[in-house]
Write a protein that binds this ligand. Structure first.
Ligand code: C5P
Length: 218
């Protein structure tokens, strides 16, 4: 695989709704990096399964990933709780993780030329996908705070789901994502822990930026 030299690589792992996506986007914008929300790929496959269980196969997934465009990942339907749960289920499958792996590698190590590097967020980015990332952050927040944030997002999307179901769903996904055999979510020793429970988006980004600027000598 082609690897661009001297690029900035940022790897972020986090449980759902901890604010990693927001921070990854802020980092991408500030340092002109290519951003990939890897959870969206699993959601895309999870949705594929929900749409047609009979047609769902490794062959179909491979085909879809081969022709996957970033615009496919912007589909609002991928944001539902139903799709999130389906994503978490199919994400346990090693064969599916391997199919997604290649796509992520290309984004991380060979991002489009106009970018100075890449930032990926997900569950196994530091542990599997971009093990040698220049920056490694583990972003988390309490389950209650995450449920509160996700519930608000669902409300804004006019998604009719109540708070306790959001909490239950996040708890189940946390368990499945942390306890699965392949690519489980865990914090590595060499990653920096950022707890956003009591941090505003701005305060959190300030913290991350200070760490990145220091290493980049900005
Ligand atoms: O990040 P998001 O909540 O959109 O991810 C949906 C699901 O995709 C997660 O619950 C997880 O099971 C799976 N996922 C994964 N590995 C990643 C990113 C997401 O297994 N790198």
């Amino acid at each position: 695989m082609k690897r661009r030299k001297n690029i900035i690589t940022v790897a972020i792992d986090s449980p759902a709704a901890a604010g990693a996506g927001t921070q990854a986007q802020l980092i991408a914008k500030n340092y002109n990096l290519f951003y990939l929300d890897t959870g969206k790929i699993y959601r895309y496959i999870g949705k594929l399964k929900l749409s047609d269980k009979k047609k769902f196969s490794y062959n179909l997934i491979q085909k879809k990933i081969n022709t996957l465009k970033l615009s496919n990942l912007k589909n609002k339907e991928l944001l539902s709780n139903e799709v999130a749960l389906s994503a978490s289920k199919i994400a346990r499958d090693k064969k599916i993780r391997n199919i997604v792996h290649k796509f992520q590698q290309k984004c991380a190590y060979d991002p489009p030329k106009r970018y100075k590097g890449s930032v990926l967020d997900g569950r196994d980015i530091i542990t599997v996908q971009v093990k040698d990332a220049m920056f490694k952050f583990y972003i988390t927040a309490s389950l209650k705070e995450r449920a509160k944030r996700r519930f608000k997002e669902y409300q804004n999307l006019n998604n009719k789901i109540n708070y306790s179901d959001v909490l239950k769903s996040l708890r189940n996904r946390d368990k499945s994502d942390k306890e699965r055999k392949h690519g489980p979510l865990k914090k590595t020793k060499d990653s920096i822990l950022i707890n956003t429970t009591k941090l505003s988006k701005k305060a959190c980004f300030k913290k991350l930026k200070a760490i990145i600027d220091k290493k980049l000598n900005i």
